[in-house]
Write a protein that binds this ligand. Structure first.
Ligand code: ZN
Ligand code: ZN
Length: 405
């Protein structure tokens, strides 16, 4: 049996860029190591989730890890909360949240509290509490954003938002949408009443008033989701797994699956991340773990910025780091490289385009693949979905069981 490394270049896929003479960032990049890997191995196109679906990073990573999001995904709340660094455990109910501004009558005057993060870290801390055995955890995000996690036995996400989603409307009472949501709605309303009192008198809000910013006196909640109780990765796949990532949402997913998680020093989840130390840390883990997923976020960040040059440059640096890493891994390691979805610079958002994929395993079949990019990938043998990636790498690593007699 061989060990496996899956390198996920987040938002890797691209479309033609004018500034790169009509090339994708990947096509334009000097990438000798990626090209070498695909020549030694197999290539093709990978469709995240299903054709035409614009995948999020959460659903796509679940799928790459062999967990079909159609069965296991329960809404963005828990994954957004993880993304802000909150721990999320199975059974927790999590929300996306905004710090908002209301007037004396509880009518929302600004759903985003001036888009200002001033003091929100202190405000969030002051909102961690326990009511009736239910623990509440709040973490601030960028600008006005935040997340809330509720933890207790028997919580339900069958409840409505408190966010009226419009200014000029009063904050809504949370209502159950089915009987199982009754307790959760009730305790949450009591929590929001308590939170309102704390926010109103909070020093951070006095400071916001002084500096002319709208007060952040309401936590507006939306998109409740119950964190799924997923089968542990080791049980699901019979492998010891690890996740290496610079961003908390991806390590959070690993944590939810009971995998070892690592955010290497110098890994920032941005364009200035230290790709070499990240990939070397991942290479090191392949000595102890059967399966290691590494997420590199920089490609997605550049895509969202619409910066094709930055995306190309990031790929060149990642390629160099892959070259260094290859000198430090067991020659029998099965290596796969793909994206979790495309983030075309021209779109500044995720698209449903397929992304190139490569698999390299000593002694396995090879194909006509010569270059690792969106166009050349069609010379390769594979047309797959993200959910297939795990089966393919397991098979290459002699870890799959026979289907049938
Ligand atoms: Zn992504
Ligand atoms: Zn993205």
């Amino acid at each position: 049996m061989k060990n496996i490394m899956l390198i996920v270049l987040d938002g890797l896929g691209d479309r033609p860029n004018q500034i790169l003479s009509g090339k994708t960032a990947l096509q334009a990049a000097f990438r000798p190591n990626l090209n070498h890997l695909i020549r030694e191995g197999q290539g093709g196109l990978m469709t995240p989730i299903a054709p035409g679906i614009r995948a999020g990073s959460d659903t796509s990573h679940l799928s790459l890890l062999g967990y079909d999001p159609e069965k296991f995904y329960s809404g963005r709340g828990p994954f957004e909360a993880m993304g802000l660094g909150l721990e999320v455990r199975p059974g927790d109910v999590a929300f996306r949240a905004n710090f908002g501004t209301t007037d004396n009558n509880g009518v929302v005057t600004d759903r985003r509290a001036g888009r200002s993060a001033e003091g929100t870290s202190l405000l969030a801390k002051s909102l961690n509490m326990e009511i009736d055995g239910v623990r509440f955890f709040v973490r601030e995000g960028v600008e006005h954003r935040a997340a809330l996690v509720m933890r207790s036995q028997g919580l339900s996400d069958k409840i409505t938002d408190s966010d009226p989603h419009e200014t000029g409307k009063p904050v809504k009472r949370v209502m159950p949408v089915s009987p199982e949501g009754e307790f959760t709605a009730d305790v949450l309303n009591r929590y929001l009443d308590a939170a309102r009192k704390i926010l109103m008198d909070h020093e951070a809000n006095k400071n916001r008033r002084k500096s002319g910013k709208p007060v952040a006196n309401e936590l507006l909640l939306r998109g409740p989701g119950k964190a799924p109780d997923l089968m542990d990765f080791s049980e699901m796949h019979g492998m010891k797994g690890a996740v290496v990532a610079g961003i908390p949402m991806i390590t959070g997913i690993g944590g939810l699956l009971g995998m070892h998680t690592l955010k290497p020093r110098g890994s920032t989840g941005t364009l200035d991340s230290d790709f070499t130390s990240k990939l070397l840390a991942a290479a090191d883990l392949t000595k102890k773990y059967d399966y290691v997923l590494v997420n590199v976020k920089a490609t997605d960040v550049a895509g969202h910025d619409g910066d094709a040059i930055a995306k190309r440059d990031a790929i060149e640096r990642i390629d160099r780091a892959i070259g260094e890493m290859m000198e430090n891994v067991d020659q029998d390691l099965v290596i796969a490289v793909t994206g979790d979805h495309a983030t075309p610079c021209s779109l500044k958002d995720h698209s449903g385009d397929p992304v190139p994929v490569l698999f390299r395993s000593r002694g396995a079949l090879t194909d006509r693949s010569q270059f690792f990019d969106e166009f050349s990938a069609s010379a390769g043998m594979w047309r797959i979905r993200s959910i297939d990636v795990m089966n393919i790498v397991k098979e290459m690593a002699d870890r799959s069981e026979k289907y049938g007699a």
